[in-house]
Write a protein that binds this ligand. Structure first.
Ligand code: HEM
Ligand SMILES: *[C@@H]1O[C@H](CO)[C@@H](O)[C@H](O)[C@H]1NC(C)=O
Length: 320
Protein backbone atom coordinates (compact mmCIF):
# COMPACT_ATOMS: atom_id res chain seq x y z
CA UNK A 1 0.00 0.00 0.00
CA UNK A 2 2.80 2.42 0.94
CA UNK A 3 4.68 1.92 -2.32
CA UNK A 4 1.60 2.43 -4.50
CA UNK A 5 0.88 5.60 -2.56
CA UNK A 6 4.36 7.02 -3.15
CA UNK A 7 4.41 6.12 -6.84
CA UNK A 8 1.07 7.88 -7.15
CA UNK A 9 2.69 10.92 -5.49
CA UNK A 10 5.50 11.03 -8.00
CA UNK A 11 3.08 10.77 -10.90
CA UNK A 12 1.04 13.55 -9.35
CA UNK A 13 4.12 15.75 -8.88
CA UNK A 14 5.03 15.30 -12.54
CA UNK A 15 1.55 16.26 -13.64
CA UNK A 16 1.31 19.41 -11.59
CA UNK A 17 0.44 22.47 -13.60
CA UNK A 18 0.25 25.87 -12.04
CA UNK A 19 -3.00 27.57 -12.80
CA UNK A 20 -3.33 31.15 -11.67
CA UNK A 21 -6.24 33.50 -11.55
CA UNK A 22 -9.29 34.21 -9.47
CA UNK A 23 -11.89 31.55 -8.91
CA UNK A 24 -15.59 31.68 -8.45
CA UNK A 25 -16.04 28.06 -9.40
CA UNK A 26 -14.49 24.79 -8.37
CA UNK A 27 -11.84 23.09 -10.47
CA UNK A 28 -9.87 19.89 -10.23
CA UNK A 29 -6.35 21.31 -9.94
CA UNK A 30 -7.19 23.99 -7.39
CA UNK A 31 -4.46 22.74 -5.01
CA UNK A 32 -1.98 21.45 -7.56
CA UNK A 33 0.59 24.11 -6.69
CA UNK A 34 -0.45 24.90 -3.11
CA UNK A 35 -0.72 21.27 -1.98
CA UNK A 36 0.57 18.82 -4.59
CA UNK A 37 0.53 15.91 -2.12
CA UNK A 38 -3.13 16.44 -1.17
CA UNK A 39 -4.80 13.66 -3.17
CA UNK A 40 -2.18 11.10 -2.24
CA UNK A 41 -2.34 12.05 1.43
CA UNK A 42 -6.13 11.74 1.58
CA UNK A 43 -6.16 8.48 -0.33
CA UNK A 44 -3.62 6.86 1.97
CA UNK A 45 -5.59 7.93 5.04
CA UNK A 46 -8.89 6.68 3.60
CA UNK A 47 -7.27 3.36 2.64
CA UNK A 48 -6.00 2.97 6.16
CA UNK A 49 -9.40 3.77 7.71
CA UNK A 50 -11.23 1.33 5.41
CA UNK A 51 -8.69 -1.40 6.05
CA UNK A 52 -9.51 -1.05 9.77
CA UNK A 53 -13.27 -1.01 9.20
CA UNK A 54 -14.84 -1.59 5.80
CA UNK A 55 -18.02 0.25 6.73
CA UNK A 56 -16.08 3.49 7.12
CA UNK A 57 -16.12 3.90 3.32
CA UNK A 58 -19.90 4.06 3.45
CA UNK A 59 -19.89 6.41 6.41
CA UNK A 60 -17.53 8.87 4.70
CA UNK A 61 -19.60 8.84 1.52
CA UNK A 62 -22.73 9.61 3.50
CA UNK A 63 -21.04 12.50 5.37
CA UNK A 64 -20.42 14.23 2.05
CA UNK A 65 -24.10 13.82 1.06
CA UNK A 66 -25.28 15.17 4.42
CA UNK A 67 -22.88 18.09 4.10
CA UNK A 68 -23.91 19.07 0.57
CA UNK A 69 -27.68 18.83 1.18
CA UNK A 70 -27.53 21.40 4.00
CA UNK A 71 -26.59 24.87 2.76
CA UNK A 72 -24.15 23.40 0.27
CA UNK A 73 -20.85 21.51 0.50
CA UNK A 74 -19.23 23.71 3.13
CA UNK A 75 -18.07 21.35 5.87
CA UNK A 76 -20.93 22.48 8.12
CA UNK A 77 -21.76 18.92 9.21
CA UNK A 78 -18.32 18.60 10.81
CA UNK A 79 -18.81 21.34 13.42
CA UNK A 80 -19.29 20.13 16.98
CA UNK A 81 -22.04 21.48 19.20
CA UNK A 82 -20.79 23.63 22.07
CA UNK A 83 -22.58 25.42 24.91
CA UNK A 84 -22.94 28.46 22.65
CA UNK A 85 -23.23 26.80 19.25
CA UNK A 86 -25.74 24.33 17.83
CA UNK A 87 -24.47 22.44 14.81
CA UNK A 88 -25.89 19.68 12.62
CA UNK A 89 -24.57 16.57 14.35
CA UNK A 90 -27.64 16.25 16.54
CA UNK A 91 -30.15 16.92 13.79
CA UNK A 92 -32.57 14.01 13.28
CA UNK A 93 -30.88 12.51 10.19
CA UNK A 94 -27.43 12.64 11.84
CA UNK A 95 -27.93 11.85 15.51
CA UNK A 96 -26.74 8.34 16.45
CA UNK A 97 -26.15 7.84 12.79
CA UNK A 98 -23.62 10.08 11.01
CA UNK A 99 -20.14 8.74 11.72
CA UNK A 100 -16.55 9.00 10.57
CA UNK A 101 -15.77 12.36 12.19
CA UNK A 102 -12.66 10.94 13.86
CA UNK A 103 -11.42 9.72 10.48
CA UNK A 104 -11.97 13.16 8.96
CA UNK A 105 -9.92 14.60 11.84
CA UNK A 106 -7.11 12.16 11.05
CA UNK A 107 -7.16 13.01 7.34
CA UNK A 108 -7.18 16.72 8.16
CA UNK A 109 -4.15 16.32 10.47
CA UNK A 110 -2.26 14.42 7.78
CA UNK A 111 -3.11 17.14 5.25
CA UNK A 112 -2.12 19.92 7.66
CA UNK A 113 1.24 18.24 8.04
CA UNK A 114 2.02 18.42 4.31
CA UNK A 115 0.45 21.84 3.63
CA UNK A 116 -0.73 23.74 6.69
CA UNK A 117 -3.67 26.11 6.48
CA UNK A 118 -4.40 25.52 2.81
CA UNK A 119 -7.02 22.79 2.34
CA UNK A 120 -10.64 23.09 3.46
CA UNK A 121 -12.49 20.43 5.39
CA UNK A 122 -15.26 20.65 2.78
CA UNK A 123 -12.79 19.61 0.07
CA UNK A 124 -11.42 16.81 2.25
CA UNK A 125 -14.96 15.41 2.50
CA UNK A 126 -15.34 15.51 -1.28
CA UNK A 127 -12.05 13.69 -1.87
CA UNK A 128 -12.65 11.14 0.90
CA UNK A 129 -16.07 10.30 -0.55
CA UNK A 130 -14.58 9.71 -4.01
CA UNK A 131 -11.75 7.59 -2.63
CA UNK A 132 -14.14 5.52 -0.51
CA UNK A 133 -16.28 4.61 -3.49
CA UNK A 134 -13.25 3.70 -5.59
CA UNK A 135 -11.55 1.65 -2.87
CA UNK A 136 -14.75 -0.39 -2.36
CA UNK A 137 -14.88 -1.30 -6.04
CA UNK A 138 -16.87 1.59 -7.49
CA UNK A 139 -16.00 4.19 -10.10
CA UNK A 140 -13.61 7.09 -9.71
CA UNK A 141 -13.89 10.65 -11.00
CA UNK A 142 -11.99 13.92 -10.97
CA UNK A 143 -13.05 15.83 -7.86
CA UNK A 144 -13.58 19.54 -8.29
CA UNK A 145 -11.95 21.54 -5.49
CA UNK A 146 -11.73 25.02 -4.06
CA UNK A 147 -14.56 24.91 -1.51
CA UNK A 148 -14.09 26.85 1.69
CA UNK A 149 -15.46 26.04 5.14
CA UNK A 150 -18.52 27.61 6.69
CA UNK A 151 -18.41 29.55 9.92
CA UNK A 152 -21.97 28.46 10.61
CA UNK A 153 -24.17 25.40 10.65
CA UNK A 154 -27.89 24.88 10.89
CA UNK A 155 -29.61 22.12 12.79
CA UNK A 156 -33.00 23.08 11.37
CA UNK A 157 -31.67 23.14 7.80
CA UNK A 158 -30.28 19.64 8.42
CA UNK A 159 -33.64 18.47 9.78
CA UNK A 160 -35.48 19.89 6.79
CA UNK A 161 -32.92 19.43 4.04
CA UNK A 162 -31.90 15.78 4.31
CA UNK A 163 -34.74 13.57 3.09
CA UNK A 164 -36.09 11.09 5.66
CA UNK A 165 -36.46 7.38 4.81
CA UNK A 166 -40.24 7.80 5.01
CA UNK A 167 -40.16 9.98 1.86
CA UNK A 168 -42.21 9.00 -1.16
CA UNK A 169 -40.81 9.21 -4.68
CA UNK A 170 -42.35 12.62 -5.42
CA UNK A 171 -40.85 14.09 -2.26
CA UNK A 172 -37.45 12.67 -3.20
CA UNK A 173 -37.64 14.00 -6.76
CA UNK A 174 -38.75 17.38 -5.48
CA UNK A 175 -36.00 17.73 -2.85
CA UNK A 176 -33.29 16.73 -5.32
CA UNK A 177 -34.77 19.07 -7.93
CA UNK A 178 -34.62 21.98 -5.50
CA UNK A 179 -30.84 21.47 -5.41
CA UNK A 180 -30.48 21.22 -9.17
CA UNK A 181 -30.35 17.42 -9.19
CA UNK A 182 -32.49 15.49 -11.69
CA UNK A 183 -34.52 12.31 -11.14
CA UNK A 184 -31.65 10.52 -12.86
CA UNK A 185 -29.22 11.98 -10.31
CA UNK A 186 -31.58 10.84 -7.54
CA UNK A 187 -31.68 7.24 -8.75
CA UNK A 188 -27.95 7.09 -9.49
CA UNK A 189 -26.96 8.65 -6.15
CA UNK A 190 -29.34 6.35 -4.27
CA UNK A 191 -27.15 3.53 -5.59
CA UNK A 192 -24.81 4.59 -2.78
CA UNK A 193 -27.01 2.31 -0.68
CA UNK A 194 -25.07 -0.57 -2.24
CA UNK A 195 -22.77 -0.12 0.79
CA UNK A 196 -23.27 0.60 4.47
CA UNK A 197 -25.76 -0.13 7.21
CA UNK A 198 -29.04 1.17 8.53
CA UNK A 199 -30.57 1.05 12.02
CA UNK A 200 -33.73 -0.90 12.72
CA UNK A 201 -35.60 2.29 13.58
CA UNK A 202 -35.20 3.50 9.97
CA UNK A 203 -36.76 0.40 8.35
CA UNK A 204 -39.02 -1.12 11.04
CA UNK A 205 -42.29 0.14 9.59
CA UNK A 206 -41.31 -1.18 6.16
CA UNK A 207 -40.44 -4.73 7.21
CA UNK A 208 -43.55 -5.15 9.36
CA UNK A 209 -46.21 -3.17 7.57
CA UNK A 210 -45.49 -2.72 3.90
CA UNK A 211 -46.75 -4.92 1.10
CA UNK A 212 -44.27 -4.12 -1.68
CA UNK A 213 -41.59 -6.17 0.08
CA UNK A 214 -40.34 -9.70 -0.54
CA UNK A 215 -41.74 -11.68 2.39
CA UNK A 216 -38.71 -13.87 3.03
CA UNK A 217 -36.52 -10.76 3.01
CA UNK A 218 -38.91 -9.08 5.48
CA UNK A 219 -38.72 -12.11 7.77
CA UNK A 220 -34.94 -12.15 7.74
CA UNK A 221 -34.80 -8.48 8.68
CA UNK A 222 -37.48 -8.93 11.37
CA UNK A 223 -35.26 -11.47 13.11
CA UNK A 224 -32.89 -8.70 14.26
CA UNK A 225 -35.33 -5.78 14.31
CA UNK A 226 -38.11 -6.23 16.89
CA UNK A 227 -41.54 -4.72 16.10
CA UNK A 228 -41.90 -2.45 19.10
CA UNK A 229 -40.25 0.90 18.88
CA UNK A 230 -37.69 1.31 21.64
CA UNK A 231 -36.40 -2.24 21.44
CA UNK A 232 -33.46 -2.91 19.15
CA UNK A 233 -33.72 0.53 17.56
CA UNK A 234 -30.00 0.66 16.85
CA UNK A 235 -29.62 -2.90 15.54
CA UNK A 236 -27.94 -2.73 12.17
CA UNK A 237 -28.74 -4.35 8.84
CA UNK A 238 -26.92 -3.97 5.53
CA UNK A 239 -28.58 -1.66 3.00
CA UNK A 240 -27.58 -4.16 0.26
CA UNK A 241 -28.21 -7.68 1.49
CA UNK A 242 -26.10 -9.33 -1.21
CA UNK A 243 -22.78 -7.43 -1.36
CA UNK A 244 -22.89 -4.94 1.54
CA UNK A 245 -19.20 -4.01 1.48
CA UNK A 246 -18.77 -3.81 -2.27
CA UNK A 247 -19.74 -0.86 -4.43
CA UNK A 248 -21.64 -2.46 -7.31
CA UNK A 249 -25.10 -2.25 -8.90
CA UNK A 250 -26.69 -4.86 -6.65
CA UNK A 251 -28.81 -2.19 -4.98
CA UNK A 252 -30.91 -2.01 -8.15
CA UNK A 253 -31.26 -5.78 -8.34
CA UNK A 254 -32.64 -5.65 -4.79
CA UNK A 255 -35.22 -3.03 -5.72
CA UNK A 256 -36.48 -5.12 -8.64
CA UNK A 257 -36.84 -8.07 -6.24
CA UNK A 258 -38.70 -5.86 -3.71
CA UNK A 259 -35.78 -6.15 -1.33
CA UNK A 260 -35.10 -2.47 -0.83
CA UNK A 261 -34.41 -1.99 2.90
CA UNK A 262 -35.73 1.54 3.32
CA UNK A 263 -39.19 2.72 2.34
CA UNK A 264 -37.46 5.46 0.32
CA UNK A 265 -35.31 2.87 -1.51
CA UNK A 266 -38.30 0.84 -2.69
CA UNK A 267 -40.08 4.05 -3.74
CA UNK A 268 -37.65 4.23 -6.67
CA UNK A 269 -39.11 1.00 -8.04
CA UNK A 270 -42.78 1.03 -7.19
CA UNK A 271 -44.56 1.89 -10.41
CA UNK A 272 -43.32 5.45 -10.87
CA UNK A 273 -41.27 7.07 -13.63
CA UNK A 274 -38.01 6.10 -11.89
CA UNK A 275 -38.65 2.36 -12.52
CA UNK A 276 -37.04 2.48 -15.94
CA UNK A 277 -33.78 3.92 -14.58
CA UNK A 278 -33.66 1.21 -11.94
CA UNK A 279 -34.00 -1.35 -14.74
CA UNK A 280 -31.25 0.32 -16.75
CA UNK A 281 -28.80 0.34 -13.85
CA UNK A 282 -29.69 -3.26 -13.04
CA UNK A 283 -28.69 -4.49 -16.48
CA UNK A 284 -25.94 -1.96 -17.14
CA UNK A 285 -23.47 -1.40 -14.30
CA UNK A 286 -21.34 0.77 -16.58
CA UNK A 287 -24.12 3.29 -17.01
CA UNK A 288 -24.75 3.27 -13.24
CA UNK A 289 -21.06 4.02 -12.60
CA UNK A 290 -20.98 6.79 -15.21
CA UNK A 291 -24.19 8.42 -13.96
CA UNK A 292 -23.18 8.03 -10.32
CA UNK A 293 -19.85 9.76 -10.98
CA UNK A 294 -21.51 12.60 -12.88
CA UNK A 295 -24.11 13.01 -10.13
CA UNK A 296 -21.47 13.08 -7.39
CA UNK A 297 -19.73 15.91 -9.24
CA UNK A 298 -23.06 17.75 -9.53
CA UNK A 299 -23.84 17.21 -5.86
CA UNK A 300 -20.35 18.50 -5.01
CA UNK A 301 -21.16 21.71 -6.86
CA UNK A 302 -24.07 22.64 -4.57
CA UNK A 303 -23.54 26.21 -3.28
CA UNK A 304 -19.87 26.06 -2.34
CA UNK A 305 -18.20 28.93 -0.51
CA UNK A 306 -15.37 30.16 -2.74
CA UNK A 307 -12.97 33.06 -3.06
CA UNK A 308 -12.83 34.94 0.21
CA UNK A 309 -16.08 33.55 1.61
CA UNK A 310 -15.88 31.31 4.68
CA UNK A 311 -12.49 30.16 5.89
CA UNK A 312 -10.00 27.31 5.86
CA UNK A 313 -10.64 25.72 9.22
CA UNK A 314 -7.63 24.64 11.28
CA UNK A 315 -9.69 21.89 12.88
CA UNK A 316 -12.74 20.53 11.11
CA UNK A 317 -14.76 20.39 14.34
CA UNK A 318 -14.69 24.10 15.09
CA UNK A 319 -14.51 27.46 13.40
CA UNK A 320 -11.18 29.29 13.65
C1 HEM B 1 -32.49 9.59 -1.57
C2 HEM B 1 -32.65 9.91 -0.31
C3 HEM B 1 -31.91 9.20 0.80
C4 HEM B 1 -32.46 8.77 1.95
C5 HEM B 1 -33.93 8.91 2.38
C6 HEM B 1 -31.42 8.14 2.71
C7 HEM B 1 -31.58 7.59 3.97
C8 HEM B 1 -30.63 6.85 4.65
C9 HEM B 1 -30.83 6.21 5.91
C10 HEM B 1 -32.11 6.27 6.74
C11 HEM B 1 -29.69 5.55 6.23
C12 HEM B 1 -29.43 4.72 7.48
C13 HEM B 1 -28.97 5.63 8.59
C14 HEM B 1 -28.97 4.97 9.95
O1 HEM B 1 -29.78 4.10 10.21
O2 HEM B 1 -28.14 5.35 10.81
C15 HEM B 1 -28.76 5.78 5.17
C16 HEM B 1 -27.48 5.28 5.12
C17 HEM B 1 -26.58 5.57 4.11
N1 HEM B 1 -26.76 6.46 3.09
FE1 HEM B 1 -28.50 7.28 2.52
N2 HEM B 1 -30.26 8.19 2.01
C18 HEM B 1 -30.51 8.84 0.83
C19 HEM B 1 -29.57 9.16 -0.15
C20 HEM B 1 -28.22 8.90 -0.05
C21 HEM B 1 -27.22 9.45 -0.94
C22 HEM B 1 -27.50 10.43 -2.07
C23 HEM B 1 -26.03 8.94 -0.52
C24 HEM B 1 -24.65 9.19 -1.08
C25 HEM B 1 -24.41 9.56 -2.31
C26 HEM B 1 -26.30 8.06 0.60
C27 HEM B 1 -25.36 7.30 1.26
C28 HEM B 1 -25.63 6.49 2.34
C29 HEM B 1 -24.68 5.53 2.87
C30 HEM B 1 -23.33 5.20 2.28
C31 HEM B 1 -25.26 4.97 4.02
C32 HEM B 1 -24.63 3.97 4.99
C33 HEM B 1 -23.80 4.74 6.01
C34 HEM B 1 -23.07 3.89 7.05
O3 HEM B 1 -23.08 2.68 7.00
O4 HEM B 1 -22.46 4.52 7.94
N3 HEM B 1 -27.63 8.09 0.88
N4 HEM B 1 -29.34 6.59 4.21
C1 LIG C 1 -48.06 -1.16 11.61
O1 LIG C 1 -49.31 -0.52 11.38
C2 LIG C 1 -50.18 -0.55 12.51
C3 LIG C 1 -51.52 0.03 12.06
O2 LIG C 1 -51.34 1.30 11.50
C4 LIG C 1 -49.54 0.26 13.65
O3 LIG C 1 -50.37 0.23 14.79
C5 LIG C 1 -48.20 -0.37 13.99
O4 LIG C 1 -47.54 0.40 14.95
C6 LIG C 1 -47.33 -0.48 12.75
N1 LIG C 1 -46.14 -1.24 13.08
C7 LIG C 1 -44.92 -0.81 12.79
C8 LIG C 1 -43.77 -1.69 13.21
O5 LIG C 1 -44.70 0.23 12.23
Amino acid sequence: MASSCSSFMITLALLVLVIGGANATLYTNFYSSSCPKLLDTVKCAVESAISKETRMGASLLRLFFHDCFVNGCDGSILLDDTSSFTGEKNARPNKNSARGFDVIDKIKSAVEEVCPGVVSCADILAIAARDSVHILGGPSWNVKLGRRDSRTASQSAANNGIPPPTSNVNQLISRFNSLGLSPKDLVALSGAHTIGQARCTTFRARIYNETNIDSSFAHIRQSTCPPNSGSGDNNLAPLDLATPTFFDNHYFKNLIQKKGLLHSDQQLFNGASTDSLVRTYNTNPGSFFADFSAAMIKMGDISPLTGSLGEIRNKCRRVN
